[in-house]
Design a protein around this ligand. Structure first.
Ligand code: C2E
Ligand code: CA
Ligand code: CA
Ligand code: CA
Length: 271
C-alpha cells in the first residue's frame, strides 16, 4: 500500500544518499591515506607451505570506521575512482612484495574499468619496472564478467601480460555464465573456485559435484586450482582428496596487514 511505498522510497533515498556520500568520500580516500592492503595466504594443500598471497583492499574512514569492500568497490567502479585506486593497489602490492624475504607470488584483483581505461598492460609493465618486482611473481585476478564486455581487447591485454611473464588467474570461477567458453577463449594460468561452492561442500551434493567437475576440467587443461574460502578441516580434506592444488581461507589465515607476516619482512624471523 501507500505506506509501504513511502517506506520503500525513504529506504531508497537513504541508500542512494549513502552511496553518494561514499562516492564523494572515496574521491579523497587515496590522498587522505585511508586505503590499505591486507594479505591472505594461499597454501599448498599437500605440503602446507605458503605459495602466495592475495592483496585485498581496505578502506577505513575516521568516523565511520571500516567500509566493506563489497560495499565500496562497486561504488568506486561506478564512479571511475577504481582506476586511480586500482593503480595504487597494484603499485603498493608490487612494492611490498619486492622486498619480501621469500619470493612468493602476489595476486592482485582488477576491475573492468581498469582494463578498459588506457593501456593496462603498459601500466603493469611500468609498475614492475618502478618497483623492481620480478614479473613471474605477479598474478592478475580477473573475473568472467570482465571478459564478456570487450573480449577482443581483453584477450589482447591478457596476451600482453603473459608475454611479459605475468600470470593471469580466473577469479570466482563458476559464478559467471560462460565458464567453459571463457576457459577455451582466454589464456589462464590458474583457476580460483569461488567461495560459494566451497562453503556448501558438506551440505550440498551439487556443490560437491561442481567442485569435482571443475577440478576434472582444470586437470584436463593442466590448470592449477586455488579453492577460495576454506574454513573447515572437512572442506580442506575434501579438496585435497579431489586433487585441488592450493587453498585460501580462514582455516589457513585471514587477510592481515603485512606487518603481521614477520617472516616476509624480517629475514631473521624466518624459520
Ligand atoms: P574476492 O576476489 O573473491 O576475494 C575473496 C574474498 O573472500 C575476500 O573478501 C576475502 O577476505 C574473503 N575470504 C577469504 N577466505 C574466506 C573465508 O574462509 N571465509 C569467508 N567468509 N571469507 C573469506 P573481501 O576482502 O571482503 O573482498 C571482497 C571482494 O572485493 C573481493 O572478492 C574482490 O572481488 C573485491 N576486491 C578486494 N580488493 C580488491 C582490489 O584491490 N581491487 C578490486 N578491483 N577488487 C577488490
Ligand atoms: Ca580475488
Ligand atoms: Ca570470490
Ligand atoms: Ca572477485
Amino acid at each position: 500500500g501507500r505506506n509501504a511505498f513511502a517506506f520503500f522510497r525513504a529506504e531508497m533515498d537513504h541508500a542512494s544518499q549513502d552511496r553518494r556520500a561514499l562516492e564523494q568520500e572515496l574521491q579523497f580516500a587515496l590522498a587522505r591515506g585511508q586505503l590499505s592492503l591486507e594479505y591472505q595466504p594461499q597454501v599448498d594443500m599437500v605440503s602446507g607451505r605458503v605459495h602466495g598471497f592475495e592483496a585485498l583492499l581496505r578502506w577505513s574512514l575516521p568516523e565511520r570506521g571500516a567500509v566493506r569492500p563489497d560495499v565500496f568497490i562497486p561504488v568506486a567502479e561506478a564512479s571511475g575512482a577504481i582506476v586511480p585506486i586500482g593503480a595504487w593497489v597494484l603499485e603498493e602490492a608490487c612494492r611490498e612484495a619486492s622486498v619480501w624475504h621469500e619470493p612468493m607470488r602476489i595476486s592482485v584483483n582488477v576491475s573492468t574499468a581498469q582494463f578498459q581505461h588506457g593501456d593496462f598492460a603498459g601500466l603493469v609493465s611500468r609498475t614492475l619496472s618502478a618497483t623492481g618486482l620480478d614479473p613471474s611473481r605477479l598474478e592478475i585476478e580477473v573475473t568472467e564478467s570482465m571478459l564478456s564486455r570487450d573480449p577482443v581487447r581483453m584477450l589482447d591485454t591478457l596476451t600482453c601480460l603473459r608475454a611479459m611473464g605475468v600470470s593471469v588467474a580466473m577469479d570466482d570461477f563458476g559464478t559467471g555464465y560462460s565458464s567453459l567458453a571463457t576457459l577455451r577463449a582466454f589464456p589462464f594460468d590458474r583457476l580460483k573456485i569461488d567461495r560459494s561452492f566451497v562453503q556448501d561442500l558438506e551440505v550440498n551434493p551439487e556443490a560437491a559435484a561442481i567442485v569435482h567437475g571443475v577440478l576434472g576440467l582444470a586437470k584436463a587443461l593442466s590448470l592449477p586450482v586455488v579453492a577460495e574460502g576454506v574454513e573447515t578441516e572437512q572442506q580442506s580434506e575434501f579438496l585435497r582428496t579431489a586433487g585441488c592444488a592450493e587453498a585460501q581461507g580462514y582455516l589457513f589465515g585471514k587477510p592481515r596487514p603485512i606487518s603481521c607476516y614477520d617472516y616476509l619482512t624480517h629475514p631473521t624471523a624466518s624459520s
